[in-house]
Each structure stands twice: as C-alpha cells, then as structure tokens.
Ligand binder design. Structure first.
Ligand code: NAD
Length: 260
C-alpha cells in the first residue's frame, strides 16, 4: 500500500506515535521517527522496525515546540527520502489543573507542541505533497478535540484547535490527491495516561488497576482502553485509496466516549 512512500510521525518514540509508525511501516512506508528518549533505545527501535518490516528508517530529534528545529527536521526528511508523503502530527503533552492554577508556561508549551507544531509541519510538507498530487496528513487530536473535561484547559483548547486546522487543511486541498483528517482517541494506556492513573491512585488511595478502572468508568463506556495498534490500523485506512474522499473528519475511536 505505502511502499516507496515515506511517513514522518512526530512523537513516535513512545505510545500512540510508535503504534502509528509500526502500522505504517507494516504497510511498506519508510519511517522518520521523532521524539525524546534514550539515544541507544531510539537507535534500537529504528533498527527493529527496519528489520521487522523491511523498510528504511531515520530519526530526527526536533523539539516540536521549536519552529527552527521543525524546519530542520522536514529538510532532513526531504534530503533523505525526497519528501514526506504521510505526515502524522502526534507529539503531545498533557497537564492537569484548574484554569486559575494553570502555570502559564505549561499553557504555552501545550499550545506549541499539541497545536502550533502541526501548523509548521503541515505548511512545510504541503508544497511537495501538492507537487506529487498525493499526500496524507493525519492529526492526532483526541476526544478532547470534541468535548471538554475539567482541568484540561490547554489540552482541550489545543485539540479543538487542531480539529479546526484539520478542516481548513482539508478544504484547501479538497481538489487534490492530498487529504487531511484527524483521529480522536479516547483513553489509550500510554505513559501520558499512566501519569493520570498514578495521580488517581494516590488521590483516592486505590491500586493501579482500580485507578485504571475508575478513569475508564468516568468517561469510556466500553470500560477498555483503545490500543495504539487499533489507531494504527485506522491511520493505514486513511492512507488507502478507499479513503480518498474522507476529508476533514475528526474520527473518534473512543469506546463510546463522545456518544454519551
Ligand atoms: P506519550 O507520552 O506516550 O508519547 C508522546 C510522544 O511525544 C513521545 O514520543 C515524546 O517523546 C514526544 N514528545 C513530547 N514532547 C515533545 C516535543 N516537544 N518534541 C518532540 N516530541 C515530543 O503520549 P501518547 O499518549 O502516545 O500521546 C500521543 C498523542 O496522542 C498526543 O498528541 C496525545 O495528546 C494524543 N492522545 C493520547 C491519548 C491517550 O489516551 N494516551 C488520547 C487521545 C489523544
């Protein structure tokens, strides 16, 4: 499906981004990894994916809060692979506090990483996608791009903004072979959510398992976490020809969260 094409997945050293990278590699795409972590572990990750799926892999350490580093990363992908065909804007962080207690530097960081970075990567990859008349931009939004939750002001604002950016990108490319869509996961058990599980366990004095169940019971009717593999399969579908008229959607995969 994607052989000879290149996918850049931001924040792909962990969690959902890694699931996306593995799924796209499984469909034959070369992968440009990005994200933080131990250099040796990242090298191993690259080698493992290259070997398992028979694709080429590369890595760039751009900090997604820094536009100059994002520019360097896209130039690196262009040099190495002749352009990015599939862009997955996945890097993201969370912080939980009431608005009046929200540290302003956390607000700025969340808006920069979860929203503004997707503007920069998109503006930088679109010229080549248009020239090839093929491309896929997939923005990892969230159920929090569709509905709110208390204490997540910056995250909810950024994810609603990301869905807005998705719609505009889809309209601007509507008559081309480039599509722009968003995926909106419910709870996925990644390091980002484990922090919230830990906070719940210590606040309520309950076990790790009980805290997971409590978190799900609040929001996710299925009572089960969504997995990075399931999200990766949805991304692969969005890359397929069958999905070429799927444009500007915010597709939730959330165990029923926003059906309530
Ligand atoms: P995670 O913490 O497991 O992974 C985040 C990735 O982003 C890591 O690779 C990390 O190194 C990278 N990253 C963080 N800051 C960065 C920066 N400044 N520059 C470059 N890379 C950076 O988190 P996750 O749960 O896999 O989240 C991935 C995306 O999915 C995020 O956008 C998140 O908002 C979204 N999401 C997660 C859930 C969930 O339940 N886990 C639900 C909905 C949406």
């Amino acid at each position: 499906l994607l052989s000879g094409k290149t996918a850049l997945v931001t924040g792909s050293t962990s969690g959902i981004g890694l699931g996306m990278a593995r799924a796209l590699a499984g469909s034959g795409a070369n992968i440009v990894f990005n994200g933080f972590g131990d250099a040796g572990e990242i090298e191993q990750l690259q080698a493992d994916v290259a070997k398992e799926f028979g694709v080429q892999t590369a890595y760039h350490n751009a900090d997604m809060s820094k536009p100059a580093e994002i520019e360097a990363m896209i130039a690196f992908a262009d040099d190495k692979f002749g352009g990015v065909d599939v862009l997955v804007n996945n890097a993201g962080i969370q912080y939980v506090a009431n608005i009046e207690d929200f540290p302003t530097e956390k607000w700025d960081a969340i808006i920069a990483i979860n929203l503004t970075s997707a503007f920069h990567t998109s503006r930088l990859v679109l010229p080549r996608m248009r020239a090839k008349n093929w491309g896929r931009i997939i923005n990892l939004a969230s159920t929090h791009g569709l509905v709110g939750s208390a204490q997540k002001s910056a995250y909810v604002a950024a994810k609603h903004g990301l869905i807005g950016l998705t719609k505009v990108g889809a309209l601007e490319t509507a008559t081309t072979g480039v599509t722009v869509n968003a995926i909106c996961p419910g709870f996925v058990l990644t390091p980002l959510v484990q922090k919230q599980v830990d906070a719940r366990a210590s606040k309520d004095g309950i076990s790790n398992d009980a805290a997971k169940q409590a978190l799900l019971a609040d929001k996710q009717p299925s009572g089960e976490f969504v997995t990075p593999e399931e999200l990766g399969a949805l991304a692969v579908f969005l890359c397929s020809d069958a999905a070429k008229q799927v444009r500007g959607v915010a597709w939730n995969m959330d165990g029923g969260w926003v059906a309530q």
